[in-house]
Design a protein around this ligand. Structure first.
Ligand code: CTP
Length: 401
């Protein structure tokens, strides 16, 4: 947390049971040297008193647009001026809806719309509220508006149900804010990234795919952008919104992904192969749908796909190369063997059965300096830690050039 000394944020607390976690968040942040100005909605004061936040932050807490303690009565503007970010944690479904529609009926929502700094939101709600199409739309809108969304996590809920919607733990949010506020360690660096699965057609309607969701790759793209990099993202078919600011190329087949990488590689300083690329494709996929016949067996002939990462890593003036190894067993040994065989500077290893499709991940970083484990955390938190590690290694390598 030492990196964020002298940072100042507004922490908005809205009404929800996880408002109690916001108290811990204030403690984590202030202990890390961040100055926290708490602003609460009226509903939030029904869960935790302003006095709690005042004691923890060492600053008066604001709830009212017309608070006389702000000398020019412009609390809705003044409180966020000069701040590095506004963080809303917990953000209720109601408050997220307000943000998505630009409503400004109370102090916190007005501060958000009148801000000059980034907005970070940590949703907290019942799983059905989280899954509701209206909330999904509102979250999509916020992502398009450049708002960073932290979580939510999945698990036991205050209402006794189980599922997605609970707020991330205070420590996870504090780490993500730390990373978000961190110096732009990849400013001006060009990052080329592959993400998602590939889809290899069998015929006009069928194909071979895999379970990769693209979440890890997209989270890394966002973390690299937050660190100041220019990001080109070559993505297989996923149902995710690309992070704002990334140059997105959508592909389906491994060969298309390879062509896109070839077109862009000369600009790349760092290449990160996160995609789960199919090792084989169907030889001569049929243009028409294959009809069922009396035959008991249907044989497909598979031919190897190009290894994109290995190709990039073997170029004469190659970028700094990062590979991913998804294994189902013998993680350390297989990942290290893959790192050496593909000649990449950094291999990120994870257990496929735990990572694929999940919002969380636990990874091991293997490079020339040794092995490091990143504890299980949301993929966006892992992504920021990974970018910090890549930046450190990349700077070491580029200094030697
Ligand atoms: N990769 C790639 N092109 C391929 C296959 C893999 O660029 N045709 C990249 C992936 O993006 C990942 C790394 O190589 O960064 C490891 O991929 P993986 O499939 O796990 O390794 P393989 O070499 O295919 O080994 P195996 O499938 O036998 O585990």
């Amino acid at each position: 947390m030492a990196d964020i000394v002298h940072q100042q944020i507004v922490l908005g607390v809205t009404g929800g049971i996880s408002a109690y976690k916001a108290a811990d968040l204030v403690r984590e942040l202030t202990q890390g040297g961040v100055e926290v100005q708490v602003v609460m909605t009226e509903a939030a004061t029904g869960f935790v008193t302003p006095a709690t936040f005042q004691a923890l932050s060492g600053k008066p807490v604001y709830t009212d647009m017309w608070d006389g303690r702000v000398t020019n009565s412009m609390a809705h503007i003044e409180l966020s001026r000069g701040k590095n970010a506004i963080v809303v944690a917990p953000a209720s479904a109601d408050f997220i809806a307000k943000l998505a529609h630009g409503l400004a009926g109370d102090l916190l929502s007005t501060l958000c719309i009148a801000r000059e700094c980034p907005l970070i939101v940590a949703p907290a709600m019942n799983r059905q509220m989280w899954d509701h199409p209206a909330t999904r739309r509102n979250i999509e809108q916020l992502i398009r508006d450049g708002v960073a969304i932290l979580g939510p996590a999945s698990g036991d809920q205050a209402c006794g149900e189980f599922g997605p919607g609970r707020m991330l733990e205070a420590q996870e949010i504090a780490e993500a804010i730390t990373a978000f506020l961190a110096p732009k360690i990849l400013r001006g660096v060009n990052v080329l990234l592959t993400a998602g699965p590939t889809f290899e057609p069998i015929d006009a309607v069928r194909g071979i795919a895999n379970r990769s969701s693209g979440k890890m790759g997209y989270a890394i793209a966002r973390a690299a952008l937050d660190a100041g990099a220019r990001v080109a993202l070559v993505s297989g078919p996923v149902s995710l919104t690309a992070p704002a600011g990334a140059e997105l190329t959508r592909v389906e087949r491994a060969e298309e992904m390879f062509e896109a990488v070839k077109r862009k590689i000369s600009h790349a300083d760092i290449f990160i192969g996160v995609a789960a690329v199919a090792d084989y494709r169907v030889d001569r996929p049929r243009r028409q749908k294959i009809k069922k016949t009396e035959k008991k067996q249907l044989q497909l002939k598979l031919v190897p796909n190009p290894d994109i990462l290995a190709w990039v890593a073997s170029r004469p003036r190659r970028p700094f190369c990062v590979g991913f190894a998804a294994e189902t067993r013998n993680l350390d040994a297989y990942a290290d063997e893959k790192r050496r065989r593909k000649r990449v500077q950094l291999m990120v290893a994870n257990l496929a059965q735990e990572a694929v499709g999940s919002d969380n991940n636990e990874v091991m970083l293997l490079d020339d300096t040794g092995t490091r484990r990143l504890a299980r955390a949301p993929k966006d938190v892992i992504a920021r830690q990974l970018i910090a590690h890549i930046a450190k290694l990349y700077k070491g390598v580029s200094r030697k050039r």
